[in-house]
Each structure stands twice: as C-alpha cells, then as structure tokens.
Design a protein around this ligand. Sequence first.
Ligand SMILES: Cc1cc2nc3c(=O)[nH]c(=O)nc-3n(C[C@H](O)[C@H](O)[C@H](O)COP(=O)(O)OP(=O)(O)OC[C@H]3O[C@@H](n4cnc5c(N)ncnc54)[C@H](O)[C@@H]3O)c2cc1C
Length: 467
Amino acid sequence: MNNKRKSSFKPDDTTYSEQFNDINLGSESGYKLRPKIVKPQHVSIIGGGIASACAAYALTKQGIKVTLYCKDSSLAQGASSNAIGALYPLLHQQEDDISLFYQQAFWRAKALYTEVSQQGFDFPHSWCGLLEIAYKESLEKRQEKFAKLATWPATLIHKINAKQASKIANITLNNGGLFMPNAGWISPPLLVKQMINAAKATGKLTVKTNVLVNKIEQVQAIKEQTSNDITKKEKNHWRLLTNKGDFYARVLVVCGGAEVINIDFIKQLPFTSVQGQITSMKTNSKINALSTVICHKGYLTPSSSTSQHQGIHCIGATFKKNNTSTIATKADDEFNLNMLSSCLPELAKKINWTEQDISASKARLRCMTPDHIPMVGAMPDIQKHIKTYPHLAKDKNWKYNQAAPVINNLYVMMGFGARGLCSAPLAADILTADLCGTPYPVNKEMLFNLSPNRFVIRDIIRRKYNK
Ligand SMILES: Cc1cc2nc3c(=O)[nH]c(=O)nc-3n(C[C@H](O)[C@H](O)[C@H](O)COP(=O)(O)OP(=O)(O)OC[C@H]3O[C@@H](n4cnc5c(N)ncnc54)[C@H](O)[C@@H]3O)c2cc1C
C-alpha cells in the first residue's frame, strides 16, 4: 500500500500516476494526493466563460501557451453573459467548509479583478457593497444570531439597521440587514472579454470561437524509442472531435459549464444544471439613486453605467432544476417581478415596475455540484478508485497510502453554481498550482473539498458501488 514516488520522466512526457504533489499527508489518506505534472508548454481549454477566462489568464501569466475552444461566435455567451452579476461570498454563521472557501475566494476575486482593471483592461463594475436585507422576521432573527456570533470580520460582513441601510442604499428601506461593504457588481461578459484581452497581451493565448467540441478521446501515448516514426498527432494525449475537424491537446482543461456536463469522462461526475432567468428593468426616478446591491430571495442591482446597459437594473433570478432551456419566458419575468413585490412590497410599490419596463430577459444554465463547492483538479479514474479503496466501505477512516488514480492530462474546472464570479479566480490559482507546481493557495482540507474525486470517495464510503 505504499506510494511509489519515482522521478524518471522528462519534460513533456507526463506520466502523472507515478508522481504526486508535495502535500504532507500526515494522518490523511492517499486519495487526497494531487498528481504532479511537469509544467506543460501548452494547455487546451474548452470553455469561454469566467472560468476559462480566469484559467487562461493565470496560465498565460505562468508562460504557458493556451488555446481556448469556444462553441459560440464570441466569448461569454453562457452563464457568464448576464448584463450584471453580483460579486459576494456565500457565508454561513459558522466557519464551515463552504464559508471558508467562499470568503477566501471572494478576497482573491476582488484582488484579481482589481489587478486586471489596473493593467488597463477595465470593465464596468462597482464595489458598492451588498445588503442582504432582512425582509422577514425569521430572517431578522437569524441575522441577529449571525451578528452576535461575529464569526467573520466586519470588513466582510456586519449588521446594519434600516436607517443605516437607507443611507448606504441612498433610497428609503424599511429593513436593515447584513451588509458586505467590499462586495459589489460586475458586468460578467465585459470582465471575461477584458481578462481574455489581458491574457492575449502576453502573446500566449489563441482563442478559437465557433468550435463546438462534440467528443473528447484519449490518444495512446507512444513510447519515446519509437518517436522518430510517430506523427505529431500521435504524440498528443487528447483528440477533440469538433464541428471544425479534429484538434489535439497534450493537457486538456474542461471549463465548459452546464452545457458540457454530458460530454465523455465529465459525465461521470455529479454535475447538474439549474436554469435561471434574470430580467433587466428600465430605471426610473424612484430607483435610479440606488447605490448598493440588494439581496432578498433574489436580487436587485443599482442601475448599470455601461453604455450597453445604461440605466438598467437587473432583478432575479429563477432556479429551475430539470430545465435546460435558454429561452427566456414571460412567466419567469413575472416571477422575478413578483419575488421583488413579495419580499420588498413597499419598495416595489414605489418603483411601480410593470411588464412595460422590462428591457431584456435572459435564461442561462448554472452548473451545480451536490455540495455547492466547485470542482478543480485532475479528472479521477472512477473505476480505479473503486478498486483501489474498497475498504473505505467498511471503515471510512481506513488509511490508504495509494494516491488517487486519475485520467492522465485531463483537468476539470467547473461547478461554479450561482457564485462563479466569486469562486473562479481561486479555482484558477489551484489549477495553476496543479499544472505549474506553484504553491497551493489553500490548505489541504480545502484542496480535497475542491477535488473532483471527493464524490467518488464519498460514494465508496456510502457503499454506493456495493449495491
Ligand atoms: C440567472 C443567473 C444569475 C446568476 N447570477 C450570478 C451572480 O450574481 N453572481 C455570480 O457570481 N454568479 C452568478 N451566476 C452564476 C455564474 O453566472 C456562473 O457561475 C458562471 O458564469 C459560470 O462560468 P463558467 O465559465 O463555468 O460557465 P459559462 O459562463 O457557462 O461558460 C461556459 C463556456 O463553455 C462553452 N462551451 C460549453 N460547451 C462547449 C463545447 N462542447 N465546446 C466548446 N465550447 C463549449 C460555452 O460556449 C461557454 O462560453 C448566475 C447564473 C445565472 C444563470
């Protein structure tokens, strides 16, 4: 049961399963080890949204050449295409795994987006804060408890009363709430485009649009002694079968969001898709002064300053499982308007929005994971996991030294749910650490909480495979 730790491979000959990163396992099991890779010269990404933009930016900054394949005619046409998105962490009362991840991810996202903007790749955004308004009594009580526990620093979140909330929001509000002073809103599609521009400025990024990847196949790696005979194609590890012919990749990262969850290999992971619609509303004199993002059951953003969405507030959003349509409906616009009216009746009455005030609607798909934490890392070999760690079904604490078996050269960075703006930058740093050997930005517990193999291990422990 001992790990093999050989060091016999050469640059660009990535035999992952024999080498693992430097996490000190201590009393932990080997399935938490992440495969080590010699820094690749080239990485291919399937995607086009915020996840791909963060990955491409981070990898090109490390000197890696990146090719991005996107099925649409331009970038950010999937979930990252909303006119306005809120940047804020998901925080619970206690320091649980989810909150710890999102608070770290939040600060990283803010620092990264500020860095990109300061490099001259600016995009519409405002760090105007975000108010989780206490729109009902039970929520007020929960928020009081939240504030009393003071788990998080005030710079991240603190309680304010209705008077303070009205001052911050610049409109009269009847309720206070939990305020996140460093949060705000962003135009996701313009952020994606500028991050891609910043990555292109390194001279290392190629973007191929209108390329729909239908299938991915592993190409057998050929041994070095036959290298004189082999073609370039045969040397590569992945074949991408697309509407534009075949492309080859040595290292492949899948960042395709909800639309790619049924593709080969990835379909073995427990991603699901949840459809959501947001509605863009024309501003009026009763709401145009709003100066912070308000979250109730849904959200209401300040009016955007972008030329594309001048004077537009976004309201939303719907959550529909088992619906993969990206066609916006009138019924869902109504739902969004009704949600605002039922949570904030006085404000909704004052604004008096009707269907005529709708300027646009958009339905897109969120890519979810069962535990609301994204997945980033090597694609696990699930069958080999089942064979390697059988005793976990009898004793979940059984210690195995064997490192997690993976599908060589295939990486996943997906499952950003309803918080991709917050979580994608930290996930990209972890991907970079996996591929470049840079230090991991999170501790080993958090690394495993983000690892794509965590669900296979959970299922072995739950005896899913014994049935
Ligand atoms: C209604 C709604 C409201 C939201 N509000 C917020 C918010 O306020 N704040 C927040 O942080 N998050 C919000 N989210 C979530 C956020 O939008 C997502 O988490 C984020 O956009 C996911 O980014 P992504 O890059 O993983 O996926 P996407 O943005 O969906 O990008 C996937 C890309 O992959 C490409 N692609 C897919 N399949 C293929 C293929 N086979 N071949 C080639 N290319 C392919 C697509 O063209 C697309 O460009 C919201 C989502 C929705 C739906």
